[in-house]
Design a protein around this ligand. Sequence first.
Ligand code: GLC
Ligand code: MG
Length: 533
Amino acid sequence: MSTTHHWWQSVVVYQIYPRSFQDSDGDGIGDLPGITSRLDYLAWLGVDAIWLSPIFPSPMADFGYDVADYTGIDPCFGTMDDFDQLLAAAHARGIKLLLDLVPNHTSDEHPWFRQSRNSRNNPYRDWYIWRDPAPTGGPPNNWLSHFGGPAWSFDAATGQYYLHLFDPRQPDLNWRNPAVRAAIYDVMRFWLRKGVDGFRIDVIWMLIKHPDLPDNPPDPDWTPARPPQQRLLRVYDQHQPEVHAVIRQLRAVADEFADRVLIGEIYKPVEDLVSYYGAELDEVHLPFNFNLVTLPAWSAAAVRDLVERYEALLPPGAWPNWVLGNHDQPRIASRLGQPLARLAQMLLLTLRGTPTLYYGDEIGMEDVPIPPERVVDPQGLRAPGHGRDPERTPMQWDRSPGAGFTHGEPWLPLAADAAVRNVELQRTDPHSMLTLTRHLLALRRASPALNIGRYRTVAVRETHVFAYLRSRGPEDLLVALNFGDTPCQLDLSHLAAQGSIAASTGMDRSGRVELAALALRPHEGLVVALHEG
Ligand code: GLC
Ligand code: MG
């Protein structure tokens, strides 16, 4: 790679779900002044970029992913002054701030949609996707909403259906309409002019639909164990060739400003994902790589295969990225268990590419069971058992009754283990997940090899071990991860005779090791600085 690199290549991004990070006014909902008050924690942790899930005025049908005003702040989160203070305070600490841009759909309460549904002749009619009923009656095609049920709702007043790939209260914008594009580009400019460092762009691969809106074919692999809305293959409602031209325009807007970044939400296998860098690296800087999240089975072989395929497919000059969790996915500690979650954290923070950390994963927060009467996620309301509330519960700061999150009644229940799994306790525990995460972040920052160095797989005989080298200049770091539940001993003497342990997942090993007999405990990961000669 070239010797210059951009800030977004060497940062660690930390995703904040604003409702759940820190409440400052006791209404049980996290807010912007709350986030500002926790910036010192983030700086202490070693995070240098934060991405906020949506903070804009919203009826909260999808907790902010239904935007009613793209250039305001929802009162539950605070005011524009609060936002300006947060941005300034983050920048004062060298922390970049990314916002969540939701261009695929608005709230049904957005003024554009209110106009659009008014009459078939309204100038805003074509800002959304309206169609007549099918000749036999019913929706125009068989598309399904990601939250369940048809992707079309009938509007009796004007006798047509409108398209919504998510909740009926989230009508899809018509991105084939240049006026829609211009309006969203101006929204971007509004925030970029304020000084935000970029955007995470919601469902960017869905912006353009097939012009003829054909029926989607059935998925032959679907089984009733999966949610009913997954029974069709999403062939025509996403990932259309024309979406790339739109993304190039989004990028051009970001490029009107110096040094901004676009991260695109794209759930696709690596083979398709890499197309979103753009033929000339002129689309998103970082097409979010969710493949560690969607991996069907978590094993050394599966992870190694994924990393190698991705590394091989990246276009020249394209920068990789990795993530383990977010507000839409079960928590990593619940998916894998605590020991493997530590191993996964070491993986995330030592692979080549920009990592994104989901709030709370640094203390191993787990999914919180939500009693049926407290389910609020639109997906959970439609498909019981498939909701996203469990991974959105309040951050566990300390052992006080509100876990340091709120003095009021939290909008989602606190974890039952908040009194024993929290920042206050883990901060002073030398072996905690928090201490491990902070240590890995510091190591990454101090080590050019980890930060921007090359990646190379190290072949090992042990099938439960994934090992690789990160190198830059004279620095060689070996990462060896034992996914298995039995101990093992590796002979890696061909790499070097000796090394020094730079990190261990248990935060309990240090000193020199002989590479001819590198011992790994069950589920243990090591970072070893190789000695020369
Ligand atoms: C993205 C968001 C998710 C939201 C959906 C619709 O996938 O991450 O939370 O429900 O888009 O905006
Ligand atoms: Mg509040």
